[in-house]
Design a protein around this ligand. Structure first.
Ligand SMILES: Cc1cc2nc3c(=O)[nH]c(=O)nc-3n(C[C@H](O)[C@H](O)[C@H](O)COP(=O)(O)OP(=O)(O)OC[C@H]3O[C@@H](n4cnc5c(N)ncnc54)[C@H](O)[C@@H]3O)c2cc1C
Length: 425
């Protein structure tokens, strides 16, 4: 890689997500050469991907150029590539555009969708982890509506209009709510000769309740909100197979659908090179100590979703949400400062700011410490928190404007098939 060697030590950060960006932003004042590598040239605000999938927002309002986020940092380099291997002995990373040595390495690669080894589902279902995948869902949904409008055969039409979401965590719940809003307020105006009431939204969850990371109270409320919106919630239900047309449940039940969205789990986006499997936990995350150092290495760190830090309070590691990644990134910057001064690093401690999930218009649930509530006020907080967390002033303004427009007009303006979706055979 064409990065100049300087007298400053080099820190390589792999991943420009919540963790990588929050770390890099804080490294400005340190005597380090910072190299950030990502396979995308933008940071993705994943919590709002579902709004891109359901035509509520354009992708460029939830993505932000990484170079722009870090433009004020001296001694900063960005490279657009995918890191494929880490040679820990030579202190070198290998990527599609070449090799680079490091003094410190931070792995902040997040997660990828977990299909639990089911290759048929992987081939035929729609994941939602990246902007292109969210756009695929948007295109597929609109293409299937166009096809349904021209479809005489009732069973085929119903399969085109049946939307199945697997996994009732925040992603699945928010997506189901957004589909329900489209059915209620938007599609009846667009497809005036189609019986839009034939659109079905099914949410499948293998566990006993929706939003399992949240309190039971919020979970119950969310189920109620979903049912009021017409979403069919199936708990204790495992989706076992999907061939692109027929979905099969573990109990043998089958259902035709042309839209299966997979939000059932993630696995660490680890990189080849660490020889021992003992470094990983059951979710394929790097085991790190309280300073985010990967076990056995003093100069290799992992933060965010790809890190497993066991503490007394979090024996299964921190939740895989944005806040631990942000806080670990900021904390690591402070620790690197201490390290460079020859001082002892301080262990990380997570401050849980709470959890929110929205279910369509005017409804959300919130677990904020001991406070657990749902309804309009929770929805209002949800809006405020997401606007505040979005990267970039322009994005905040554009998103706020879009939400206000959609709210007043009962509309979702981004109903465009810009890049038609074709399933890989
Ligand atoms: C649909 C969805 C909805 C979510 N909703 C919420 C929510 O409402 N609230 C919440 O707190 N959290 C939510 N999350 C979780 C949250 O987005 C993650 O916890 C957070 O992004 C983790 O940050 P990270 O920095 O660890 O990884 P990420 O933000 O995922 O960043 C990882 C980065 O690494 C890059 N990368 C990966 N591998 C490589 C490689 N080999 N080479 C180069 N680059 C690489 C990726 O391109 C990416 O930019 C949601 C996640 C999804 C998918």
């Amino acid at each position: 890689m064409n990065i100049p060697d300087t007298s400053a030590k080099r820190i390589v950060i792999i991943g420009g997500g919540f963790g990588g960006i929050s770390l890099a932003k804080k490294l400005g004042r340190l005597a380090l050469q910072v190299v950030l590598i990502d396979r995308h040239n933008y940071h993705t605000f994943q919590p709002l991907l579902y709004q891109v999938s359901t035509s509520g927002l354009e992708p460029d309002s939830i993505a932000y150029p990484i170079r722009k986020v870090l433009k004020r940092l001296d001694n900063f380099h960005f490279r657009l590539t995918s890191v494929e291997h880490i040679d820990t002995a030579k202190q070198e990373i290998h990527s599609a555009i070449g090799k680079l040595t490091y003094d410190y390495l931070v792995i902040a690669t997040g997660t990828k969708t977990n299909f639990f080894g089911n290759t048929r589902i992987e081939t035929n279902a729609m994941p939602m982890k990246t902007v292109p995948q969210a756009l695929n869902i948007r295109s597929l949904m609109l293409q299937n509506f166009e096809r349904a409008d021209d479809c005489e055969q009732e069973e085929d039409r119903k399969a085109l209009l049946r939307f199945c979401i697997v996994g009732a965590g925040p992603t699945g719940v928010e997506l189901a709510g957004a589909f329900a809003e489209l059915k209620r307020h938007v599609f009846p105006k667009d497809y005036r000769h189609l019986n839009v009431s034939e659109m079905e939204i099914h949410l499948f969850e293998g566990g006993e309740r929706v939003l399992s990371p949240m309190s039971e109270r919020s979970s119950k409320k969310a189920s109620l909100f979903l049912e009021n919106l017409g979403v069919k919630v199936h708990v204790h239900t495992i989706v076992q197979d999907y061939d692109g047309d027929v979905l099969q449940l573990k109990d043998g039940t089958t259902m035709r659908t042309k839209n299966l969205i997979w939000a059932a789990g993630v696995t660490g986006a680890t990189i080849d090179g660490f020889e021992t499997a003992q470094l990983m936990d059951r979710l394929n995350r790097y085991k790190v100590n309280g300073f985010s150092q990967i076990e056995g290495f003093e100069n290799i760190f992992a933060i965010g979703d790809v890190a497993y830090m066991e503490t007394a309070e979090y024996p299964k590691g921190h939740p895989q949400v944005a806040q631990p990644a942000i806080q670990q990134g900021e904390h690591l910057a402070k620790n690197l400062n201490l390290l460079l001064q020859g001082k002892n690093m301080k262990p990380f401690s997570y401050f849980d700011k709470g959890t929110l999930a929205t279910i369509g218009r005017n409804r959300a649930v919130a677990d904020l410490g001991k406070l657990k509530f749902g309804g309009f006020f929770a929805w209002f907080i949800w809006i405020f928190v997401h606007l505040a967390a979005l990267v970039g002033f322009r994005n905040k303004v554009v998103v706020l404007f879009n939400w206000a427009y959609n709210y007043i007009n009962y509309d979702k303006a981004a109903r465009l098939i810009v890049r038609p979706f074709t399933r890989k055979v």
